[in-house]
Design a protein around this ligand. Structure first.
Ligand code: A3P
Length: 267
């Protein structure tokens, strides 16, 4: 009987651990997190760091090397080599000791998210950008807070902790990738040859990541069953929002997130 109870117990613990994902996972003190609100360039950063550290980081092996905490269950994550580098979208979490936080103009984030949720069959094909925008502004699309809550929570809590918090803007990556990658190398205290540095930048270029996605998407767990006519590496622009936002949309966005957009130089 005791033996039976023990087996049931073990089964339950294992089951709960497998179910544990996202914010509830177990943490280690040396974990490193790449955090961002969705659609802010997290995969781009994973490719940069992945290719600085490993020989060939790509869509197929990304969950094995820099796992997504919403894709790989806790029980498996616990067995990853340390220090783990993990992808996350969470708002501030006190257990996240060392964090690279990526911020992107919320106008670009909104457009990117609109297509992303269609690609992943979460949004109906016919929903208009304007209807989607209401939900984006209210933060009801996911559990990560609004764009502003997410960004502010990290900057407010961690911005003074320069040893453990690096803020990177998507737009700066777009305009001057070399300088931003150097910041990442210094922050993570990586030792990287010039050759490796240049290769990592080459492999993380928009066109190369796009080609990689095309070649490997059928073998990539998270992309396999998504709409192929909307690519994940989709547009990569910083001004595409101009084609989607009406004057009224911009007013609404500024009413909600204006102060934070201002602080980041977006308006
Ligand atoms: P768009 O939909 O605007 O093209 P995330 O990885 O956080 O989900 O972010 C995805 C967004 O980052 C997408 O934006 C994607 O195209 C963009 N992105 C990914 N890799 C990029 C790169 N190398 N250069 C520019 N943008 C990139």
């Amino acid at each position: 009987m005791n033996w039976f109870k023990k087996r049931i117990n073990m089964f339950l613990v294992d089951y709960i651990n497998r179910k544990k994902m996202g914010r509830d996972i177990d943490y280690f003190d040396d974990d490193i997190f790449i955090v961002s609100y969705p659609k802010s360039g997290n995969t781009w950063m994973r490719f940069i760091i992945g290719n600085l550290i490993y020989d060939d980081f790509n869509f197929k092996n990304m969950e094995e090397l820099i796992p997504d905490i919403y894709v790989v269950p806790n029980e498996i994550l616990k067995k990853y080599p340390r220090p783990r580098i993990l992808k996350s979208h969470e708002y501030y979490h006190p257990k996240y000791k060392k964090v690279i936080y990526i911020v992107r103009d919320p106008r670009s984030v909104a457009v990117s998210y609109y297509f992303h949720l269609k690609k992943f069959n979460v949004l109906d094909e016919k929903i208009s950008f304007q209807d989607f925008l209401e939900r984006f502004l209210d933060g009801t699309l996911d559990n990560y807070g609004t764009w502003e809550e997410n960004v502010k929570s990290w900057v407010f809590m961690k911005n003074q902790d320069l040893e453990n918090f690096l803020l990177i803007k998507y737009e700066d990556l777009s305009n001057n990738i070399e300088e931003e990658v150097r910041k990442v190398i210094r922050f993570l205290r990586l030792s990287v040859s010039n050759d490796k540095f240049l290769k990592a930048i080459e492999k993380s270029k928009f066109e190369n990541m796009k080609e990689n996605e095309k070649r490997l998407s059928d073998e990539t767990k998270v992309l396999k069953n998504t709409k192929k006519d909307i690519p994940f590496i989709r547009s990569g622009r910083i001004d595409e929002w101009l084609n989607y936002f009406t004057e009224n949309d911009i007013r609404k966005l500024k009413d909600r997130f204006g102060n934070t957009m201002n602080a980041f130089g977006y308006i």
